[in-house]
Design a protein around this ligand. Structure first.
Ligand code: MLT
Length: 301
């Protein structure tokens, strides 16, 4: 019988639903394993018996991974388990960037009286958008989410270029042969109409979209960041938006400096917030943790 501590309800539900029989859940302060979503473990004193931490999600930046590894505590995530949810939100955001859907819906709500149809026909030219098809999407990072975004954008008719110096996407994640892989991030930045970032937050990737890099992008480019807020230098993004060197910034990470800007669209970290993704992550985290505690091996399932 293994003791598990959870730091959120969904993961706990996952454990109860799928793997509860061999666990004591939240009954001790000295667990063998931890399952968590976004709870911050930096600064925590680790229980003496702790062997593994399962992050029900992709990023592990809320866990002091280096310290864990020095203490022999294994940390793993749930690769791909919420990728579809994040991808769908990014595709929706791309579509919202080119079609004023929200503005149109809000405007129709303001129309009163019997002549709604006439008013709509008279004024709908205010809401002319543009199309994604034929525009170039640059994908930085071709892991699970980046590869899915690349494939779907290609299916929407976009020209897609992808950059990833580490992952062999041809073997790791299936990616359309029509997605052109390029060898430098500079090529993505200088040629793309839309740029989307899909890399983990590491010391080497923090603020990787820097002032210097932003000078390379097209003036009417749109930057999307649904990976981690700290991957971009927010001050540099604001300067680029204010100087007209970037058309807009779409992000899933709230930052008070961005909220007031007209050309920044800020979502409240909704990427993985679907019922399906939460269950998938909880299931993979709990199954993988159980298998690790029983065998010492990490096999995601
Ligand atoms: C992830 O890291 O998987 C996503 O940002 C979603 C989340 O944090 O739960």
């Amino acid at each position: 019988m293994y003791a598990i501590k959870t730091y959120n309800l969904i993961a706990e539900e996952g454990l109860r639903k799928f793997e509860a029989e061999n666990y004591q859940l939240n009954e001790t302060d000295n667990p063998d394993g931890i399952v968590l979503r976004s709870h911050n473990l930096h600064g925590m004193t680790f229980p003496s018996q702790l062997k593994a931490i399962a992050r029900a999600g992709a990023g592990t930046n809320n866990i002091p991974v280096q310290e864990c590894s020095e203490k022999g505590i294994v940390v793993f995530n749930t690769p791909g388990a919420n990728a579809n949810a994040v991808k769908e939100l990014i595709i929706a955001s791309l579509l919202l960037a080119v079609r004023p859907i929200i503005e149109g819906v809000e405007w129709v709500k303001t129309l009163k009286g019997p002549d709604v149809e006439k008013k709509v026909e008279a004024e709908k030219n205010r809401f002319v958008g543009s199309e994604l098809a034929g525009k170039q999407l640059g994908v930085i990072g071709l892991g699970a989410i980046g590869a899915m975004v690349a494939n779907d954008a290609y299916r929407l008719g976009m020209d897609v270029v992808g950059y990833d110096p580490y992952v062999s996407v041809d073997t790791a994640w299936s990616i359309s042969s029509r997605v052109k892989r390029v060898l430098t991030i500079e090529e993505v930045l200088t040629t793309s109409d839309y740029i989307t970032v899909h890399v983990p937050l590491l010391p080497s990737t923090r603020a990787m979209i820097s002032a210097e890099k932003l000078l390379l992008v097209k003036k009417d480019a749109v930057l999307l960041n649904f990976a981690r807020g700290e991957l971009v230098d927010v001050e540099a993004v604001i300067t680029a938006l204010e100087n007209g060197n970037l058309k807009s910034y779409l992000t899933d990470f709230a930052d008070e400096r961005l909220i007031e800007l007209d050309n920044a669209v800020v979502l409240p970290h909704l990427g993985a917030s679907t019922e399906e993704a939460e269950i998938n992550c909880a299931k993979m985290a709990s199954k993988t943790l159980k298998y690790f505690l029983e065998t010492g091996n990490i096999v995601h399932s």
